[in-house]
Design a protein around this ligand. Structure first.
Ligand code: MN
Length: 737
């Protein structure tokens, strides 16, 4: 091919197309050449006056790209699209023109490749993220788009040297970050190795050269070692009449480099790990050869892998076994059929080898590679943020999958690092939403426990358990995080609605109107421009609509109030000591009520509520400095009062300093018992004859606390007793604001 490219500036288009078609027929004899010929001549005309930075005709690029595709034995449509892949971007040709000349499929492929181009956006990260998203979506339409993109990238990497060093580095890095892992994911090992070695050469030229030299030097020794295994094995295969071919593995500089760094080993240690490949006709032969090998050499038990019965998620199938030879030499053997070998080298591209393009577009449902792709596309729907998508995409490409089992023995594939929660949701959303933990190989573990390959996981669940915001941290797959987020949103909406209903109710009662709220509802909704009452409640409860605006309607209309009832109510209120306000006291009705951590109100304190945006009501003491800042936002304040009917316990921490006198602690705890407070936790530190003790106690209100403090202060030997504000925690509510 290089020869044709060299001759390009001097030959006529007719000669060039003839040479090209001849070469294509050599590497890909089954392909129809009519379409390719037409595409070649069209590209020739379109690009004829363009030159690359290197000075060679631009045409060399699409021709080389198309040839790489031909070598992959792709179909005529893909090869034609490879020839035309830059005409929309770099010439005046339109998609419609291509469609009318070469058909819809070619046009879609060329358009797809064009669209993957990088666009100028805010920053590099986002630009990349967007590129990947586009790649993914174009793959979903037709995988051949990405295959053309791979070929395009390979040729660009081969001819990078004329660009700015910065640009070279960026392209090489992107190749290692995204293109190579993606090729790996699609099972295209040959392409992946090419991409990696080319990028490696540009990124670390010295290391590349050093490895290249050492590989060349140790070539002979390596071949001899391989011979020691291959020769007797081949002999045995012939004896047993098993037709097979034995091949060494292709040298791959980048993986040697990576392993040297990752495992901090010397070149020799890495390079001495020998491997050969035995390719046979049938699956039966694979296992027969395996038995043969194990009868000739001792296998390393834990290195045996059967990827035939459990293929990798990119479709890779093979038997792997590692054996000991004489002198302790170790050899890895990979046994596979010819078909498996094609898939191992060409991945999804292998689909084009034995199928018409019509069949190719309708992949079978159980194809593993495409299951992964479908998952990826499914997952990206849940990712709105493009950088999150980038992270996810990168993670998913790099991390191998693990396989875990349900108690029934079903295999569940998950990304590396997946947790019990990921597993539960993957089995069934309902199971995930109520998950409390799991039995992993019989042992009970929490929801955030990570799973390992081969474990059996039985999900534990309870109908009363529901997701919380922390779950987003525990789940590793975007799909699961999406499900949790959706649930939280719905729950928040329900809570806001309930809270809003209560706020509106309370405010309305204060009006003592002579008609029920519902009678006014239709008019009121019109006034506020809302469609239904639920929405009104939700807006009020989430702090988006101040209740005073709702009540304005009644004030403006001077809604008649029932004075006598108003009068009576006031008397009743005075008698019962209860004003209209939101009752707070605990988590009994699940309202979003939180106690502000700036002033930590306790029952008995005078309090006021503040409707925060989306976080319910935050309750402060009325004398809290924060409350002053509310005056600007008076619309949001709301009357709240303690629910005295409810016996709730609050945890309070006390710090007591006293002389280290025997019996003193006894006296302190007697006070707690006398005053009916439970001790939850206690710790004592003794220093310089002084004891500093901390107690966590459960009390029901301010008065009880005051009584306790008074009585402790009276004990002889007590120097100081104080309430540690920061450690107060309330049952069932988080502190906020
Ligand atoms: Mn290109």
């Amino acid at each position: 091919m290089d020869e044709i490219l060299k001759k390009l500036p001097t030959v006529s288009s007719d000669d060039a197309v003839k040479m090209f078609i001849d070469r294509i027929a050599e590497v890909n004899p089954r392909v129809q050449t009519g379409l390719i010929r037409a595409a070649f001549l069209f590209a020739w005309d379109a690009h004829k006056d363009q030159f690359r930075k290197s000075g060679e005709p631009f045409l060399a690029h699409p021709i080389a790209t198309a040839f790489i595709l031909a070598e992959q034995r792709l179909d005529a449509i893909t090869i034609a699209a490879g020839l035309l892949h830059d005409v929309i971007e770099d010439t005046e040709t339109t998609k419609e023109e291509i469609e009318s000349l070469f058909g819809e499929e070619v046009a879609l492929l060329v358009d797809g490749v064009t669209k993957i181009r990088t666009f100028q956006m805010k920053n590099r990260r986002e630009r990349q993220a967007e590129t990947y998203r586009k790649m993914l979506l174009s793959m979903a339409k037709d995988l051949r788009v990405i295959i053309i993109k791979f070929a395009d990238r390979i040729h660009n990497l081969r001819t990078l040297s004329f660009l700015q060093p910065k640009r070279i580095q960026a392209i090489a890095e992107e190749t290692l970050d995204i293109y190579a892992p993606l090729a790996h994911r699609l099972g295209m090992e040959k392409i992946k190795l090419d991409l990696e070695d080319l990028a490696f050469k540009h990124l670390h030229p010295q290391e590349y050269q050093s490895i290249e030299e050492r590989v060349a030097k140790s070539h002979f020794g390596r071949e001899t070692k391989i011979e020691k295994f291959a020769k007797p094995l081949l002999q045995k295969l012939v004896e047993d009449k098993i037709p097979a071919v034995i091949a060494g593995r292709p040298k791959h500089f980048y993986s040697i480099h990576r392993k040297m760094i990752q495992r901090s080993k010397s070149f020799e240690e890495i390079y001495d790990l020998l491997a050969i490949r035995i390719i046979v006709d049938s699956v039966r032969d694979c296992y027969q050869v395996l038995g043969l090998i194990h009868s000739m050499w001792t296998p390393l038990q834990d290195r045996f892998k059967d990827y035939i019965s459990t293929p990798k998620s990119n479709g890779y199938q093979s038997l792997h076994t590692t054996v000991f030879g004489e002198d302790g030499a170790v050899m890895e053997m990979q046994i596979r059929t010819w078909k498996m070998n094609e898939v191992a080298e060409d991945g999804v591209a292998a689909h084009w080898l034995h199928k018409s393009s019509e069949e190719v577009r309708n992949f079978s449902k159980d194809d593993k590679t495409l299951a992964w792709l479908r998952n990826l596309i499914e997952w990206q729907k849940d990712l709105t943020d493009s950088t999150e998508f980038y992270e996810f995409f990168k993670i998913d490409l790099f991390h191998a999958e693990i396989f875990v089992f349900t108690p029934k023995g079903d295999l569940i594939p998950l990304p590396n690092g997946a947790t019990v929660l990921d597993f539960a949701f993957t089995v069934h959303t309902q199971l995930g939403l109520h998950c409390t933990g799991a039995k992993i190989d019989g042992k009970i573990e929490p929801i955030n426990a990570s799973l390992k390959n081969g474990q059996t996981v039985e999900v534990l669940h309870s109908s009363t358990k529901n997701p919380s915001i922390e779950w987003l941290k525990y789940a590793k797959t975007p799909k699961v995080r999406g499900a949790i987020r959706r649930w939280l949103k719905t729950a928040e909406k329900q809570e806001s609605t309930a809270l809003g209903r209560k706020i509106v109710d309370t405010s309305y009662k204060k009006l003592h109107a002579d008609a029920s709220f519902n009678e006014h509802a239709p008019e009121l909704l019109k006034f506020l421009g809302l469609s239904n009452v639920e929405r009104l409640y939700e807006l009020v409860g989430s702090g988006e609509l101040p209740v005073t605006r709702v009540m304005q309607y009644f004030h403006v209309r001077k809604i008649k109030t029932n004075v006598s009832e108003n009068f009576v109510s006031k008397i009743v209120d005075t008698i019962t000591g209860r004003s209209h306000g939101i009752l707070v006291g605990g988590d009994s009705d699940n309202l979003m009520v939180r106690f502000a951590s700036c002033c930590n109100p306790l029952p008995g304190d005078e309090i006021i509520g503040f409707v925060t945006k989306g976080r319910g009501i935050s309750v402060h003491r009325t004398n809290c400095p924060t409350v002053e800042s509310f005056s600007e936002d008076a619309d949001r304040t709301i009357e709240v009062c303690w629910d005295e009917g409810e016996e709730k316990k609050y945890t309070v921490s006390l710090e007591i300093t006293c002389t280290d006198r025997p019996g003193l602690l006894m006296k302190i705890s007697e006070v707690f018992t006398d005053c009916d407070a439970n001790i939850i936790d206690a710790s004592i530190k003794v220093l310089n004859q002084k004891a500093k003790s901390s107690f966590q106690i459960e009390i029901k209100d301010q008065n009880q606390l005051k009584q306790i403090l008074r009585r402790i202060q009276k004990i002889k030997g007590i120097e100081n007793v104080s309430r540690v504000k920061d450690y107060i925690s309330y049952p069932g509510v988080d502190s906020a604001q």
